[in-house]
Design a protein around this ligand. Structure first.
Ligand code: APR
Ligand code: PHB
Length: 388
Protein backbone atom coordinates (compact mmCIF):
# COMPACT_ATOMS: atom_id res chain seq x y z
CA UNK A 1 0.00 0.00 0.00
CA UNK A 2 1.31 3.48 -0.89
CA UNK A 3 0.22 6.96 0.15
CA UNK A 4 1.66 10.46 0.54
CA UNK A 5 1.15 10.94 4.28
CA UNK A 6 0.39 8.20 6.78
CA UNK A 7 -1.14 9.49 10.00
CA UNK A 8 -0.95 7.50 13.24
CA UNK A 9 -3.95 8.08 15.50
CA UNK A 10 -7.59 9.04 14.92
CA UNK A 11 -7.86 11.49 17.79
CA UNK A 12 -8.68 15.13 17.04
CA UNK A 13 -5.13 15.81 15.80
CA UNK A 14 -4.98 12.94 13.30
CA UNK A 15 -8.54 13.42 12.07
CA UNK A 16 -8.14 17.17 11.54
CA UNK A 17 -4.83 16.69 9.74
CA UNK A 18 -6.32 14.00 7.49
CA UNK A 19 -9.22 16.26 6.52
CA UNK A 20 -7.01 19.30 5.88
CA UNK A 21 -4.77 17.24 3.57
CA UNK A 22 -7.71 15.64 1.75
CA UNK A 23 -9.23 19.09 1.20
CA UNK A 24 -6.15 19.84 -0.94
CA UNK A 25 -6.37 16.50 -2.73
CA UNK A 26 -3.38 15.00 -0.91
CA UNK A 27 -3.45 11.22 -0.40
CA UNK A 28 -3.34 10.11 3.21
CA UNK A 29 -4.42 7.25 5.45
CA UNK A 30 -5.10 7.24 9.19
CA UNK A 31 -4.06 4.16 11.17
CA UNK A 32 -5.76 3.83 14.59
CA UNK A 33 -5.24 1.21 17.25
CA UNK A 34 -8.71 1.36 18.81
CA UNK A 35 -12.13 0.59 17.36
CA UNK A 36 -14.36 3.32 15.95
CA UNK A 37 -16.79 2.79 18.84
CA UNK A 38 -14.06 3.25 21.41
CA UNK A 39 -12.71 6.42 19.79
CA UNK A 40 -16.21 7.89 19.49
CA UNK A 41 -17.15 7.30 23.09
CA UNK A 42 -14.06 8.67 24.86
CA UNK A 43 -15.12 11.52 27.14
CA UNK A 44 -12.77 14.50 26.98
CA UNK A 45 -12.95 18.28 27.45
CA UNK A 46 -15.43 20.52 25.70
CA UNK A 47 -14.29 24.12 25.24
CA UNK A 48 -13.26 25.10 21.71
CA UNK A 49 -11.16 28.15 20.93
CA UNK A 50 -11.95 30.11 17.83
CA UNK A 51 -8.77 28.74 16.22
CA UNK A 52 -10.35 25.28 16.47
CA UNK A 53 -13.84 26.29 15.36
CA UNK A 54 -12.25 28.23 12.45
CA UNK A 55 -10.56 25.02 11.30
CA UNK A 56 -13.83 23.06 11.45
CA UNK A 57 -15.55 25.84 9.49
CA UNK A 58 -12.75 25.95 6.91
CA UNK A 59 -13.33 22.22 6.40
CA UNK A 60 -17.10 22.70 6.22
CA UNK A 61 -17.51 20.15 9.01
CA UNK A 62 -19.50 22.56 11.12
CA UNK A 63 -23.17 21.75 10.67
CA UNK A 64 -23.68 20.21 14.11
CA UNK A 65 -21.18 22.60 15.68
CA UNK A 66 -23.26 25.55 14.43
CA UNK A 67 -26.54 23.97 15.49
CA UNK A 68 -25.51 22.62 18.90
CA UNK A 69 -22.37 24.51 19.97
CA UNK A 70 -23.01 26.94 22.82
CA UNK A 71 -21.47 30.40 22.54
CA UNK A 72 -19.69 31.25 25.81
CA UNK A 73 -18.85 34.90 26.26
CA UNK A 74 -17.29 34.68 29.69
CA UNK A 75 -16.45 32.51 32.69
CA UNK A 76 -16.03 32.82 36.45
CA UNK A 77 -12.88 32.52 38.54
CA UNK A 78 -13.72 32.14 42.22
CA UNK A 79 -11.71 31.89 45.41
CA UNK A 80 -13.82 31.27 48.51
CA UNK A 81 -16.60 33.84 48.24
CA UNK A 82 -14.62 36.08 45.83
CA UNK A 83 -16.04 35.78 42.30
CA UNK A 84 -14.48 37.42 39.28
CA UNK A 85 -16.21 37.24 35.92
CA UNK A 86 -13.86 37.30 32.96
CA UNK A 87 -15.88 38.94 30.20
CA UNK A 88 -14.10 37.27 27.32
CA UNK A 89 -16.31 38.82 24.65
CA UNK A 90 -15.97 42.40 25.89
CA UNK A 91 -12.24 42.06 26.50
CA UNK A 92 -11.25 40.30 23.27
CA UNK A 93 -14.17 40.62 20.85
CA UNK A 94 -14.24 36.81 20.62
CA UNK A 95 -15.90 33.93 22.40
CA UNK A 96 -15.28 30.24 23.01
CA UNK A 97 -17.70 27.46 22.06
CA UNK A 98 -18.93 24.65 24.25
CA UNK A 99 -18.92 21.55 22.06
CA UNK A 100 -17.55 18.25 23.32
CA UNK A 101 -14.38 16.79 21.93
CA UNK A 102 -16.37 13.56 21.63
CA UNK A 103 -18.73 15.34 19.21
CA UNK A 104 -15.84 16.86 17.23
CA UNK A 105 -14.36 13.38 16.84
CA UNK A 106 -17.71 11.91 15.73
CA UNK A 107 -18.23 14.67 13.15
CA UNK A 108 -14.74 14.24 11.71
CA UNK A 109 -15.11 10.45 11.46
CA UNK A 110 -18.58 10.73 9.90
CA UNK A 111 -17.28 13.13 7.23
CA UNK A 112 -14.27 10.97 6.32
CA UNK A 113 -15.73 8.55 3.71
CA UNK A 114 -17.32 11.38 1.69
CA UNK A 115 -13.95 13.10 1.45
CA UNK A 116 -11.87 10.11 0.56
CA UNK A 117 -10.19 9.96 3.95
CA UNK A 118 -9.47 6.36 4.82
CA UNK A 119 -9.31 5.44 8.50
CA UNK A 120 -8.07 1.98 9.41
CA UNK A 121 -9.40 1.18 12.90
CA UNK A 122 -8.21 -1.67 15.13
CA UNK A 123 -4.71 -1.67 13.68
CA UNK A 124 -2.34 -3.40 16.10
CA UNK A 125 1.45 -3.46 16.46
CA UNK A 126 1.99 -0.20 14.59
CA UNK A 127 5.71 0.11 13.85
CA UNK A 128 7.50 3.03 12.23
CA UNK A 129 10.40 2.35 9.84
CA UNK A 130 13.07 4.35 8.00
CA UNK A 131 11.98 7.89 8.84
CA UNK A 132 15.53 9.10 8.27
CA UNK A 133 15.93 8.76 4.52
CA UNK A 134 13.52 9.15 1.67
CA UNK A 135 11.33 6.05 2.04
CA UNK A 136 9.62 5.80 5.42
CA UNK A 137 7.00 3.15 6.05
CA UNK A 138 4.56 2.02 8.66
CA UNK A 139 3.68 -1.56 9.43
CA UNK A 140 0.62 -2.75 11.30
CA UNK A 141 -1.44 -5.88 11.86
CA UNK A 142 -5.18 -6.04 11.39
CA UNK A 143 -7.27 -9.20 11.63
CA UNK A 144 -4.05 -11.19 11.80
CA UNK A 145 -2.76 -9.77 8.51
CA UNK A 146 0.36 -7.59 8.44
CA UNK A 147 0.33 -4.59 6.10
CA UNK A 148 3.05 -2.12 5.21
CA UNK A 149 2.19 1.40 4.07
CA UNK A 150 4.92 3.24 2.19
CA UNK A 151 4.62 7.00 2.50
CA UNK A 152 6.60 10.19 2.01
CA UNK A 153 5.79 11.49 5.47
CA UNK A 154 4.55 10.09 8.77
CA UNK A 155 2.47 12.22 11.13
CA UNK A 156 2.61 11.06 14.75
CA UNK A 157 -0.82 12.03 16.10
CA UNK A 158 -0.94 9.07 18.45
CA UNK A 159 -1.32 10.80 21.78
CA UNK A 160 0.89 10.65 24.85
CA UNK A 161 1.30 6.86 24.90
CA UNK A 162 1.71 6.23 21.16
CA UNK A 163 4.83 4.95 19.40
CA UNK A 164 5.81 8.13 17.48
CA UNK A 165 7.61 10.04 20.20
CA UNK A 166 9.45 6.86 21.18
CA UNK A 167 10.71 6.54 17.59
CA UNK A 168 12.73 9.74 18.07
CA UNK A 169 16.26 8.91 19.29
CA UNK A 170 17.55 9.62 22.77
CA UNK A 171 18.74 13.16 22.05
CA UNK A 172 15.13 14.33 22.52
CA UNK A 173 14.44 16.59 25.52
CA UNK A 174 11.57 16.29 27.94
CA UNK A 175 10.30 19.20 30.01
CA UNK A 176 7.93 17.98 32.64
CA UNK A 177 5.93 19.02 35.68
CA UNK A 178 3.71 16.47 37.40
CA UNK A 179 1.11 17.63 39.90
CA UNK A 180 0.34 15.65 43.04
CA UNK A 181 -3.38 15.63 42.35
CA UNK A 182 -5.93 14.72 39.73
CA UNK A 183 -9.44 15.66 38.69
CA UNK A 184 -12.38 13.47 39.61
CA UNK A 185 -15.00 14.13 36.93
CA UNK A 186 -18.66 13.32 36.48
CA UNK A 187 -20.81 13.68 33.37
CA UNK A 188 -24.61 13.65 33.76
CA UNK A 189 -27.74 14.60 31.89
CA UNK A 190 -28.76 17.42 34.19
CA UNK A 191 -28.97 21.16 33.48
CA UNK A 192 -25.82 23.10 34.44
CA UNK A 193 -25.90 25.09 37.69
CA UNK A 194 -24.68 28.22 35.93
CA UNK A 195 -24.75 29.60 32.38
CA UNK A 196 -20.98 30.01 32.33
CA UNK A 197 -18.11 27.83 33.54
CA UNK A 198 -17.06 28.32 37.16
CA UNK A 199 -13.45 27.58 38.13
CA UNK A 200 -13.44 27.57 41.93
CA UNK A 201 -10.60 27.45 44.44
CA UNK A 202 -11.92 26.47 47.87
CA UNK A 203 -10.74 25.16 51.21
CA UNK A 204 -10.91 21.59 49.93
CA UNK A 205 -9.23 22.43 46.67
CA UNK A 206 -10.28 23.08 43.10
CA UNK A 207 -13.70 22.45 41.57
CA UNK A 208 -15.05 23.14 38.08
CA UNK A 209 -18.65 23.43 36.96
CA UNK A 210 -18.75 22.89 33.21
CA UNK A 211 -21.26 21.65 30.65
CA UNK A 212 -21.73 20.03 27.28
CA UNK A 213 -25.20 21.38 26.47
CA UNK A 214 -28.14 23.03 28.25
CA UNK A 215 -29.10 19.58 29.50
CA UNK A 216 -25.71 17.93 30.11
CA UNK A 217 -23.32 18.94 32.89
CA UNK A 218 -19.68 18.13 33.51
CA UNK A 219 -18.21 18.69 36.97
CA UNK A 220 -14.77 18.09 38.43
CA UNK A 221 -13.12 18.28 41.84
CA UNK A 222 -9.47 18.13 42.79
CA UNK A 223 -8.47 14.85 44.48
CA UNK A 224 -5.10 13.51 45.69
CA UNK A 225 -3.35 11.30 43.14
CA UNK A 226 -3.68 8.42 45.59
CA UNK A 227 -7.49 8.73 45.60
CA UNK A 228 -9.43 5.75 44.22
CA UNK A 229 -12.63 5.97 42.25
CA UNK A 230 -14.16 3.18 44.40
CA UNK A 231 -14.12 5.59 47.35
CA UNK A 232 -16.53 7.91 45.58
CA UNK A 233 -20.17 7.01 45.32
CA UNK A 234 -22.14 9.28 42.99
CA UNK A 235 -23.97 10.68 46.04
CA UNK A 236 -20.75 11.52 47.82
CA UNK A 237 -19.55 13.44 44.76
CA UNK A 238 -22.88 15.28 44.32
CA UNK A 239 -22.81 16.25 48.02
CA UNK A 240 -19.35 17.65 47.53
CA UNK A 241 -20.31 19.54 44.36
CA UNK A 242 -23.40 20.98 46.01
CA UNK A 243 -21.28 22.24 48.89
CA UNK A 244 -18.84 23.91 46.50
CA UNK A 245 -21.21 25.43 43.97
CA UNK A 246 -24.36 26.31 45.92
CA UNK A 247 -22.75 29.56 47.13
CA UNK A 248 -21.34 30.46 43.69
CA UNK A 249 -23.84 29.38 41.04
CA UNK A 250 -27.09 30.97 39.94
CA UNK A 251 -29.08 27.73 40.17
CA UNK A 252 -28.96 24.63 42.37
CA UNK A 253 -26.70 21.72 41.47
CA UNK A 254 -29.08 19.16 39.97
CA UNK A 255 -28.15 15.51 40.55
CA UNK A 256 -28.40 12.78 37.94
CA UNK A 257 -27.10 9.36 37.03
CA UNK A 258 -23.41 9.42 36.09
CA UNK A 259 -22.83 8.78 32.38
CA UNK A 260 -19.14 8.71 33.20
CA UNK A 261 -16.99 9.10 36.28
CA UNK A 262 -13.19 9.01 36.22
CA UNK A 263 -10.01 10.35 37.79
CA UNK A 264 -7.40 11.94 35.51
CA UNK A 265 -3.93 13.03 36.64
CA UNK A 266 -2.63 16.50 35.79
CA UNK A 267 0.63 16.97 33.93
CA UNK A 268 2.57 19.61 32.05
CA UNK A 269 4.90 18.08 29.45
CA UNK A 270 6.74 19.20 26.33
CA UNK A 271 8.94 17.05 24.12
CA UNK A 272 11.47 18.47 21.68
CA UNK A 273 12.17 17.91 18.82
CA UNK A 274 8.82 17.50 17.09
CA UNK A 275 10.53 16.24 13.95
CA UNK A 276 12.82 13.34 13.17
CA UNK A 277 13.56 12.97 9.46
CA UNK A 278 10.20 12.45 7.82
CA UNK A 279 8.31 11.87 11.07
CA UNK A 280 6.41 14.83 12.58
CA UNK A 281 4.68 14.93 15.97
CA UNK A 282 1.45 16.85 16.60
CA UNK A 283 -0.90 17.12 19.58
CA UNK A 284 -0.64 15.03 22.74
CA UNK A 285 2.21 12.93 21.27
CA UNK A 286 4.44 15.98 21.73
CA UNK A 287 2.93 17.80 24.69
CA UNK A 288 0.42 17.62 27.52
CA UNK A 289 -1.22 20.48 29.38
CA UNK A 290 -3.18 20.20 32.62
CA UNK A 291 -6.89 20.59 31.77
CA UNK A 292 -7.28 23.91 33.63
CA UNK A 293 -8.11 26.29 30.77
CA UNK A 294 -9.06 23.51 28.32
CA UNK A 295 -6.08 23.93 26.02
CA UNK A 296 -5.39 20.26 25.13
CA UNK A 297 -7.57 19.80 22.07
CA UNK A 298 -7.08 23.41 20.98
CA UNK A 299 -3.33 23.05 21.04
CA UNK A 300 -3.55 19.83 19.04
CA UNK A 301 -5.63 21.77 16.50
CA UNK A 302 -3.10 24.58 16.20
CA UNK A 303 -0.18 22.13 15.74
CA UNK A 304 -2.17 20.49 12.98
CA UNK A 305 -2.94 23.84 11.37
CA UNK A 306 0.82 24.51 11.06
CA UNK A 307 1.69 20.96 10.03
CA UNK A 308 -1.05 20.78 7.39
CA UNK A 309 0.11 24.08 5.84
CA UNK A 310 3.69 22.80 5.74
CA UNK A 311 2.78 19.40 4.23
CA UNK A 312 0.50 21.04 1.67
CA UNK A 313 3.29 23.45 0.62
CA UNK A 314 5.66 20.50 0.20
CA UNK A 315 3.28 18.12 -1.54
CA UNK A 316 1.79 20.68 -3.92
CA UNK A 317 4.62 23.15 -4.54
CA UNK A 318 7.68 21.15 -3.51
CA UNK A 319 8.42 23.85 -0.92
CA UNK A 320 10.36 22.32 2.03
CA UNK A 321 10.66 25.53 4.05
CA UNK A 322 7.36 25.02 5.85
CA UNK A 323 8.34 21.58 7.10
CA UNK A 324 11.73 22.89 8.21
CA UNK A 325 10.01 25.66 10.17
CA UNK A 326 7.14 23.59 11.59
CA UNK A 327 8.63 22.83 14.97
CA UNK A 328 9.81 26.37 15.71
CA UNK A 329 6.43 27.80 14.73
CA UNK A 330 4.41 25.26 16.72
CA UNK A 331 6.56 25.53 19.85
CA UNK A 332 5.98 29.27 20.23
CA UNK A 333 2.27 28.64 20.73
CA UNK A 334 2.80 25.40 22.68
CA UNK A 335 4.95 27.09 25.32
CA UNK A 336 2.46 29.92 25.72
CA UNK A 337 -0.39 27.45 26.20
CA UNK A 338 1.78 25.53 28.68
CA UNK A 339 2.36 28.77 30.56
CA UNK A 340 -1.33 29.66 30.71
CA UNK A 341 -2.45 26.17 31.78
CA UNK A 342 0.26 26.07 34.45
CA UNK A 343 -0.63 29.57 35.67
CA UNK A 344 -4.34 28.79 35.97
CA UNK A 345 -3.57 25.43 37.61
CA UNK A 346 -1.37 27.07 40.25
CA UNK A 347 -3.85 29.88 40.82
CA UNK A 348 -6.90 27.66 41.28
CA UNK A 349 -5.66 24.51 43.09
CA UNK A 350 -4.45 23.74 46.60
CA UNK A 351 -1.00 22.34 45.94
CA UNK A 352 0.22 19.98 48.68
CA UNK A 353 3.67 21.60 48.61
CA UNK A 354 2.25 25.12 49.10
CA UNK A 355 2.28 26.86 52.49
CA UNK A 356 0.53 29.94 53.90
CA UNK A 357 2.68 32.28 51.80
CA UNK A 358 1.65 30.65 48.52
CA UNK A 359 -1.97 30.73 49.68
CA UNK A 360 -1.74 34.49 50.29
CA UNK A 361 -0.22 34.84 46.82
CA UNK A 362 -3.27 33.12 45.32
CA UNK A 363 -5.63 35.45 47.16
CA UNK A 364 -3.63 38.52 46.18
CA UNK A 365 -3.43 37.36 42.58
CA UNK A 366 -7.20 36.93 42.21
CA UNK A 367 -7.76 40.21 44.05
CA UNK A 368 -5.49 41.86 41.50
CA UNK A 369 -7.33 40.17 38.63
CA UNK A 370 -10.60 41.49 40.09
CA UNK A 371 -9.31 45.06 40.15
CA UNK A 372 -7.33 45.15 36.91
CA UNK A 373 -8.84 45.14 33.45
CA UNK A 374 -5.35 44.56 32.05
CA UNK A 375 -5.07 41.29 33.99
CA UNK A 376 -8.56 40.24 32.95
CA UNK A 377 -7.73 40.95 29.32
CA UNK A 378 -4.56 38.90 29.58
CA UNK A 379 -6.51 35.94 30.96
CA UNK A 380 -9.29 36.39 28.41
CA UNK A 381 -6.98 36.52 25.38
CA UNK A 382 -5.25 33.33 26.47
CA UNK A 383 -8.54 31.61 27.22
CA UNK A 384 -10.03 32.45 23.84
CA UNK A 385 -6.80 31.32 22.14
CA UNK A 386 -3.75 33.31 21.13
CA UNK A 387 -3.63 34.14 17.42
CA UNK A 388 -1.97 31.63 15.13
N1 APR B 1 -1.25 2.84 17.02
C1 APR B 1 -2.28 3.52 16.47
N2 APR B 1 -2.97 4.48 17.11
C2 APR B 1 -2.59 4.78 18.35
C3 APR B 1 -1.51 4.12 19.00
C4 APR B 1 -0.83 3.10 18.26
N3 APR B 1 0.17 2.41 18.81
N4 APR B 1 -1.37 4.64 20.23
C5 APR B 1 -2.31 5.57 20.37
N5 APR B 1 -3.07 5.66 19.25
C6 APR B 1 -4.24 6.49 19.02
C7 APR B 1 -5.16 6.55 20.24
O1 APR B 1 -5.99 5.42 20.34
C8 APR B 1 -5.93 7.82 19.95
O2 APR B 1 -7.11 7.58 19.23
O3 APR B 1 -3.87 7.82 18.81
C9 APR B 1 -4.97 8.66 19.13
C10 APR B 1 -4.46 9.87 19.90
O4 APR B 1 -5.55 10.73 20.18
P1 APR B 1 -5.59 11.70 21.45
O5 APR B 1 -5.03 11.02 22.63
O6 APR B 1 -6.97 12.23 21.52
O7 APR B 1 -4.54 12.86 21.07
P2 APR B 1 -4.66 14.10 20.07
O8 APR B 1 -5.35 13.71 18.81
O9 APR B 1 -3.31 14.69 20.04
O10 APR B 1 -5.67 15.08 20.77
C11 APR B 1 -5.35 15.86 21.87
O11 APR B 1 -7.10 14.85 23.03
O12 APR B 1 -6.01 13.56 24.63
C12 APR B 1 -6.89 14.59 24.41
O13 APR B 1 -6.92 16.06 26.20
C13 APR B 1 -6.28 15.77 25.01
O14 APR B 1 -7.71 17.33 24.24
C14 APR B 1 -6.48 16.75 23.96
C15 APR B 1 -6.57 16.07 22.67
C1 PHB C 1 -14.82 20.17 30.46
O1 PHB C 1 -15.95 20.61 30.24
O2 PHB C 1 -14.58 18.96 30.44
C2 PHB C 1 -13.74 21.13 30.76
C3 PHB C 1 -13.99 22.49 30.66
C4 PHB C 1 -12.99 23.39 30.96
C5 PHB C 1 -11.76 22.95 31.34
C6 PHB C 1 -11.49 21.58 31.42
C7 PHB C 1 -12.48 20.68 31.14
O3 PHB C 1 -10.79 23.84 31.66
Amino acid sequence: MKTKVVIIGAGPAGLLLGHLLRAEGIDCVIVERQSRDYVESRVRAGVLERTTTDLLRRLGIDERLNAEGMVEEGFILADGAQRVRIDVKALTGHHVTIYGQTEVTRDLIAAAPGRGLEIIFEAGDVAIHDVVGSAPSLRFVKDGIATTIEAEYIAGCDGFHGPSRKAIPANGREYQRDYAFGWLGILADVPPCHDELIYANGEKGFALASMRSPSRSRYYIQVPLTERLENWSEDRLWDELEGRFAPLASRPVVRGLALEMSIAPLRSYVFEPMRHGRLFLAGDSAHIVPPTGAKGLNLAASDVHYLADALIAQCIRGDEAGLDGYEAKALVRIWKAERFSWYLTKLMHRLPEDGPFERRMQIAELDYVASSEAMQRSIAENYVGLPL
